[in-house]
Design a protein around this ligand. Structure first.
Ligand SMILES: Nc1ncnc2c1ncn2[C@@H]1O[C@H](COP(=O)(O)OP(=O)(O)OP(=O)(O)O)[C@@H](O)[C@H]1O
Ligand SMILES: [Mg+2]
Length: 287
């Protein structure tokens, strides 16, 4: 572990977490797929348990975390995990500063310590992309101790009573590793599925209040067909992604649904047969 890091890396890290723009209060807007999920997640947050959101890409995990932040008006720090995530990216780094004409060593708090001290939410995205040896640093933060001894400074930090952790994973995707059991055991885990048809309708209507109702109806019909083919095993799960549907609907406002679904859904399928099937389904729905 470097004691004092170079300028280039410092700049990279400070871009990652030093700037205030990485700390935001979310706006809300999460639509719950069932009557319980939203309230149950809020309950876990209120009783100060770390929350783990598990679900496919584009199912609203980040949106859910942002909505928790919005609900409690509690700022949220985001950490995106990758194989190069290390202790400095989580905890902070030592730097040299000039103070009253003297050179001193200072420590710049990273997102974990900042959130702990200020009672903010720490959102750890794609936690199963991190190298397994990096995250045990967080074990004492995530269990009843809610504290951390900063290995760089020796400082003992006890979390502010409002401090919360929300983590998200896409299970089984390329580049992910199964989460270490001791880490997983510290979380209350929630499955975050794609929305059902009724809730998807609500979401599209609130996202696109000015869209022609015939266009919304067409997009919902297409979504229903895509889901059916996912259930039949003919399309990969991501064909039903809510993110892709929102993107397709937004594009369709400008270029029509056929090309919109091609770009937002079909072109992302690996398999040529699946791309063809998506487009065949779309054509049967265009009015
Ligand atoms: N249940 C939902 N309620 C509100 N918006 C949703 C919901 N599901 C998906 N969305 C919308 O779909 C888009 C993708 O959602 P989000 O980024 O939260 O997904 P994610 O699960 O975090 O995906 P990834 O695993 O790829 O990070 C956003 O525009 C989000 O607003
Ligand atoms: Mg996300």
């Amino acid at each position: 572990m470097e004691a004092i890091i170079g300028e280039e890396r410092k700049e990279r890290l400070s871009r990652r977490y030093g700037e205030e723009d990485s700390v935001l209060i979310g706006t809300g807007g999460y639509v719950s797929p069932d009557p319980h999920l939203w309230e149950d997640v809020l309950t876990a947050v209120v009783i100060r348990r770390p929350v783990l959101l598990k679900g496919p890409t584009g199912s609203g995990k980040t949106k859910l975390a942002e909505s928790v932040s919005g609900f409690f008006s509690q700022p949220m720090h985001q950490v995106n995990c990758s194989v190069d995530l290390d202790a400095e990216a989580l905890l902070g780094y030592k730097t040299i500063i000039q103070k009253e004409g003297r050179t001193e060593i200072d420590f710049v708090d990273g997102p974990v310590i900042h959130a702990m001290k200020n009672g903010h939410i720490l959102y750890i995205d794609e936690i199963n992309m991190a190298k397994p040896e990096t995250l045990p640093i967080l074990h004492s933060v995530l269990d009843h101790r809610r504290m951390l001894t900063n290995p760089f400074t020796g400082e003992v930090i006890s979390a502010h009573p409002d401090f919360n952790v929300i983590a998200a994973i896409n299970e089984g995707y390329v580049g992910t590793v199964p989460m270490n059991e001791a880490l997983k055991n510290r979380f209350i885990a929630f499955h975050v599925p794609y929305l059902g048809m009724q809730e998807t309708r609500e979401l599209l209507e609130s996202e696109f209040p000015d869209a022609p109702s015939v266009l919304i109806a067409t997009m919902l019909d297409i979504s229903e067909d895509l889901r059916e083919q996912v259930r039949n095993g003919l399309l990969e799960d991501e064909a039903a992604s809510i993110r892709s549907l929102i993107d397709a609907t937004e594009l369709a406002l400008h270029i029509g649904p056929e090309r919109a679904v091609r770009y937002a859904v079909a072109e992302k399928m690996e398999d040529r047969g699946e791309r063809q099937l998506v487009m065949d389904l779309v054509r049967t729905r265009i009015r």
